[in-house]
Ligand binder design. Structure first.
Ligand SMILES: [Zn+2]
Length: 155
């Protein structure tokens, strides 16, 4: 009887220890989620900082030069965070969209990130042109080493 009690206790303890681990396991890669959450937190911090800087300027607590410098720095960082968020979210497809705050400052930061993304996409588009197979005329991506249709080597 004592052995049975001990076994029951061990099983109970095992379930108790294992349960939170099972509950906590995230549905997608934990590293990615963590990074996404950090970026979302950072984004909120930057937006809050931009509002603070603007408030301080309106309250005449900071000079216009300091205000512009701080704001530019924050916009640059917001642009980087938004671009990284965009990249992570389109890759992970977690269905989380950056909430597009309607204020002008945020729009500027988003536009900046979009421009950076568009210029990267433009460069990639030029590099990824189509290569026509000399043997069969099949259109292959330029990155391919062999024709997808007949297997001929692409020069
Ligand atoms: Zn071919």
């Amino acid at each position: 009887m004592e052995i049975l009690t001990a076994v029951a206790l061990l099983i109970g303890l095992g379930a108790f220890v294992a349960a939170p681990m099972v509950r906590r396991s995230p549905p997608v890669e934990p590293g990615q989620n963590l990074k996404l959450e950090n970026l979302l937190d950072r984004k909120e911090e930057i937006y809050a900082a931009i509002k603070d800087v603007e408030y301080d300027f309106h309250m005449a607590k900071v000079s216009e030069i300091d205000y512009q410098q701080m704001k530019n720095k924050l916009y640059d960082e917001a642009g980087r965070v938004l671009a990284e968020l965009d990249r992570l979210q389109s890759r992970a497809d977690l269905g989380v969209q950056p909430d597009l705050d309607a204020d002008l400052e945020t729009e500027i930061a988003i536009a900046k990130a979009r421009r950076a993304k568009a210029s990267r996409a433009g460069r990639a588009g030029k590099a990824g042109h189509i290569h026509r197979c000399a043997r069969c005329g099949h259109s292959n991506a330029a990155a391919n080493k062999f024709c997808g249709n007949c297997g001929a080597q692409i020069p």
